[in-house]
Every structure is written in structure tokens, then in C-alpha cells.
Design a binder for this molecule. Sequence first.
Ligand SMILES: [Zn+2]
Length: 394
Amino acid sequence: MNAGLLRSSFIVVIEAYLQHGMLSRSDLAALTGISRSAITEITQNLLDMGLLQEFPVIQEKQGRGRPAVSLRFSASHGYFIGVSVTDTPSLVILADMQGNVVGECEIPPSDAPQKLATTIRQAMNDLLRRTGVPRSRLLSIGIAVTGVVDENNGVCRYSAALNWRDVPIAELVKKATGAEAYVGNDANAVAIGEKLFGRARDLRHFSSLILGGNIGCAHYIEGNLYRGYDGGAGEIGHVTLDVNGPRCRCGKNGCLDMYAGGTAMLGLAKAAGLDCQTVHDLEGLATVGNAKAMSILRNGGQALGLAVASLIQINNPKCVLFADVEGFGKGIFQATTRQVIENNILPRFLASTEIVFHQVERSFLARAAASVAAQQYLRTGIVSRVNGSTLQKS
Ligand SMILES: [Zn+2]
């Protein structure tokens, strides 16, 4: 195969693994239209580079033939730093290619971008030293930010939580650390994390939601993150549920965030004179029969359920993943949301749509940030390595 063709075939093959997670050589040939012999050559190169690893798959039909061998990205190919930047203390993690967290550390809250970049450098050095991972194995850094992010240019255009406008955070972190850095919106990062490292590895159509102070949302369609015309897809938090409802920070009335966002619910609880610091406390009051707490949580679940029922009918995802960052747990909010979704979608969607709530671990958002770095490395960084090494052999 000539070098140009080999290079473009490499990109096609890596993209197929990004979309499907795990594929045999014959799956790969069927999906990409590349010949079996060329697939054998390309996968051998990727095995030699340590990017892919082979493992046998137990076949459902017993008996004839050799066991099928599938390939997927190798965990030990390299490592990524993930940082979730919030206004509370942020977590920095070191993860491998399969999203296993090998080290983590906390950094103090900082909204000053330059200071944050320096802190990330210190955390990076600390994590590499503690884990014994050599600097040469660190492939890139991913940063997840709440707000509007220009991912192509690595700039946070606007973040209300951090009070940022047009902050070139990727460039600042790259200068401070010497490592390639990428920035992503946190809701998109969570979807990428679910696809690459998490519960959606085998899914090509899914939506993921962050249940936090506000509601974040992102969609995978046909195996790719759907960003919309200019990156604004997924603003479910500002779906209007009542034009006469309370004024949202976006300037509209009755947005979903005003009913189902953790921040708004705690505000309602405070206004109702309830003694609770977290939504977990609020669920606790509801469990012991507090009518005000039950009402706030039911209204929130009702609002979220209606918005998600519409989303299911518009996009037809195979699965909707709710990441419970705020800590609602298995209480009234979750039960109401599920019930309202089920009561308000067409019967044909009822059996085919999986609804999954999961309580997230502490490193969830930082791990999502690391997945942004891994995805960018696989889309761009690896190509330069392919150019530099493997192609010279061909
Ligand atoms: Zn709004």
C-alpha cells in the first residue's frame, strides 16, 4: 500500500474503533470497505505501536472454527491528564487509554486562568512522580469547563461559573506544562467519556445528562458527538416548560434548570423554610414525609421527565444516561423522572429506550476531561506518530 493510502486507511480504522469500541478484523473490513489483506497490515502496525490489543471473544455458537479475535485500544498505550475546572476544588487525574484512573489529586479552586495552568503543571508532575509513569508516556491533557467552549481553538468563550470570557485555556496549559492540551464543554466531555471509557462503549445512539447544579446534556448520533451548527447542541437546561415560570439566568422564563437543577431546587427549599444543604438532605426530608420537600422533588422530576420524553421522541436514542453528580440517589426525584418519561413517550419508544441513572464517583468529571484528551490524541496526535514511524517501513 502506498503511504498516502495507508495514512488515510489508518484514520478510517481509528475512527471505526472510536465509534464501535471493539471490532474483529472481519468486522473492520465489512465496516470500512478496506480489503482484508490491507486490514491485516494496518492492524498489525497498530498492534506493533501498542495502540491496539487483541483478545479472544467467546462465541455464542459453540463448536466450529477458531474463536473470534477482537481488537480494541490498549489500556497501556499511553496516559492522559484530566482536569474538571469548577468553582469548587477541582480534581486532576491521570488515566490510561481505557479510562482507568491510576492517580488523582485535588487542586484548590482558581478562576485565574494563568494561575490554574501553573497549578495543573504542579499536579501533573506530582501525579507522574507518585505513579511512576514516565513523562514520555503522557500523551495529552484534557480540560472540561462549564460554559461555551470553542473546542477547535481551545478557547473558553464564556463561563458564568468561572467568570471567564475568551480565555485561551488550552494554550495556557500547553505553555505551562509542555504537553498538548485540549478543552471541552463539560456536558460534551461526559458524553465522550461515556462513549470512550464508560457505559456507552457499545452504543452509537445515546444521550447523556448531567444532573448537577444545572442540567447538562449531549448526544451521540451515528457514533459521533452531535455538536449542532455552531457547537450549541444539547442546551436542554433552557428548554421552556412554562412561559409564566420563574426567570432563568438566561433571561427566559420557566426553563428546565429552574425546576430540576440542583441549585434551583435548593433555592426553592430555602424559600420554603426547609433545613437542607444538599439535594441529598432534601430527598431525606421527603423520605420522612415532608410535604414541601416531596413537592419540590416531584415538580423537578416532572419537569425533567417531560423534557427528556421530548428528547427521546426527537432523537430516538438507544439509551439515556443520567449522571447523578448532585447526589439525589434513588429517591422521589429519580422515580418521578422515570415515571414521567414512561408516561409521556410513544409506546414504540417504551421498550426500545433504556433509561439509566447512575451515581457518579468522585473522579467522574475529571475522567470525562481525560477522555477529551484521549479522543483528540486518537484523531490528530496519533496521525503524526503514524507519519513519523510506521509509514517509513512501508
Ligand atoms: Zn434558561
